[in-house]
Design a protein around this ligand. Structure first.
Ligand code: SF4
Ligand code: SF4
Length: 135
């Protein structure tokens, strides 16, 4: 079994198609939608967690790619500009997943991209604007 969090970008012609449903029905994948939105260009954007057998996951991804869906790992979405971060700690209480936390030894704020669900709450909440969305 594997579990991966990925960002799917749908061209406008696919936005209203039951693509995620097909992942469940035809590829036995279980999904959890972490975020969904339609961009001003009418593209669909979905952040999902996909769980399933390795082979099913690979086939499901192939199916999406053949349809023209762009796929990228979630960890690429939110980044921190290390030069801007002042380690003020304001983001710790904002982050719902514990992806931003204090290292008690160094008193520095750590960003763990693996735990990030790209909710973007820290982007607005960071005073020096160190947290950034990369799409
Ligand atoms: S709120 Fe911004 S500046 Fe403060 S610790 Fe978090 S990322 Fe760094
Ligand atoms: S985007 Fe959300 S989950 Fe990711 S670090 Fe910021 S607050 Fe935490």
């Amino acid at each position: 079994m594997i579990s991966k969090r990925i960002v799917l970008k749908f061209p406008s012609k696919l936005v209203d198609k039951p693509i995620v449903y097909k992942l469940v029905k035809d590829f036995n994948l279980v999904f959890n939608i972490l975020r969904a939105r339609v961009t001003p260009e009418e593209e669909g954007e979905l952040v999902i967690e996909l769980n399933g057998e390795k082979h099913d996951y690979a086939e499901g991804i192939k199916y999406l790619q053949n349809l023209g869906v762009k796929i990228q790992p979630l960890s690429q979405d939110i980044t921190r500009d290390e030069k801007r971060c002042t380690h003020c700690g304001a983001c710790i209480t904002i982050c719902p997943t514990g992806a931003l936390y204090m290292d008690k030894d160094t008193m520095k704020i750590i960003f763990d991209a693996e735990r990030c669900i790209a909710c973007e709450l820290c982007v607005k909440g960071c005073p020096p604007r160190a947290m950034k969305v990369k799409f």
